[in-house]
Design a protein around this ligand. Structure first.
Ligand SMILES: Nc1ncnc2c1ncn2[C@@H]1O[C@H](COP(=O)(O)OP(=O)(O)O)[C@@H](O)[C@H]1O
Ligand SMILES: [Mg+2]
Length: 318
């Protein structure tokens, strides 16, 4: 087992505010680690320490076995850091933006041209080369941020809230990109304050609150321990009082391979528990419409990070 990231007893105090308290964390090479916690938990501080941008107050942190404080110059080539905000780049075109950062990494001449073409292809932004950075959609902007931190081909990617504000389509595209990077052997640390946002991208997760790690381990194990459920709440129009339409919906999905359980909720409502590994739930709406039922509402309810904290603090996760 080789560790891409190893943190021991890490502490950070900002003028009286303790952001990290004695944090221990290890991430194996090749993992996609979801770093989950509410705002102010210390995610960005941890990431910035690993990115050699913030000095810890105590403890130590290593990337691929190299100390981020004592040997920061050796750590920099190993990491790609994507901040939570992309920054303002008035009038800059996508191609120019990447030229600018490639120059900052001292990549020159033919290798620079080649590398920019490669990262544009990987992030599927080739056609946007001459588009202004500020005009990109949120999803494309995030892919450009990733392209930028891939320029020097780092081993470890530190992505701070990359999926925040992405619509479901863009999130699926982003997930595909994360999977591709994993196939390339990269290690990823991806932070979020919403588990459902990045759960599907990661094979392991860590939960941080008030600067302390509450849980770390494989995501499947966490789900099992927490009894995580993906429940879709559906409401259809009822003509009478007999819930005929809701019963028709139950009949539609009973025994469906992606459905774990279902039950009526009353007044045209149906609750459907979907297998946690099923990504695309669009079949639900499709089938309902196809059956000529009038769909009024469809909403996914997932275990929120707050729910998980409740479970964790109740000692349900050892
Ligand atoms: N530069 C700073 N100066 C003072 N306090 C800070 C600074 N950066 C972060 N903090 C504080 O440290 C704590 C952790 O912040 P942060 O690491 O940004 O958390 P997260 O990314 O999980 O939202 C918060 O209480 C925050 O207010
Ligand atoms: Mg943050």
């Amino acid at each position: 087992m080789s560790l891409a990231i190893h943190i021991e007893g890490l502490t950070k105090v900002y003028r009286g505010t303790t952001a990290l308290r004695d944090l221990d964390l290890s991430i194996e090479a090749g993992d996609a680690f979801g770093f989950i916690g509410p705002n102010g938990a210390g995610k960005s501080t941890t990431i910035k320490i690993l990115a050699t941008l913030v000095r810890p107050s105590g403890g130590r942190a290593e990337v691929c076995g190299i100390d981020v404080v004592r040997r920061s110059d050796d750590v920099k080539p190993l990491i790609g850091y994507m901040p939570d905000v992309l920054g303002i780049y008035d009038d800059m075109l996508v191609g120019e933006y990447l030229e600018f950062f490639a120059a900052a990494y001292r990549i020159r001449g033919e290798p620079r041209r080649k590398r920019i073409a490669e990262v544009l292809e990987l992030t599927e932004l080739g056609e946007k080369r001459d588009a202004p950075v500020m005009g990109l959609s949120r999803g494309m902007g995030q892919r450009l941020g990733l392209a930028r931190c891939l320029l020097h081909d780092p081993q470890v990617l530190l992505l701070d809230e990359p999926a925040a504000g992405l619509d479901p389509r863009a999130r699926i595209e982003f997930k595909e990109l994360v999977l591709q990077l994993r196939r390339m052997g990269k290690t990823l640390l991806i932070s979020s304050h919403v588990l459902s946002e990045i759960g599907a991208m990661c094979n392991t997760i860590g939960i941080i609150e008030q600067g302390r790690l509450l849980y770390a381990g494989p995501i499947d194990e966490a789900r099992k321990k927490l009894g995580a459920e993906r429940v879709i709440r559906i409401r259809v129009h009822e003509e009478g009082e007999d819930d005929r339409s809701a019963n028709a919906v139950l009949d539609l999905f009973r025994g469906h391979p992606d459905v774990e359980a279902l039950k009526p909720g009353g007044a045209g409502e149906v609750l459907i528990r979907i297998r946690t590994d099923v990504e695309d739930t669009s079949f639900l709406a499709r089938e309902i419409v196809r059956a000529d039922l009038q769909l009024l509402h469809l909403e996914e309810t997932t275990l929120s990070v707050e729910d998980i904290f409740l479970h964790v603090t109740q000692g349900r996760v050892a």
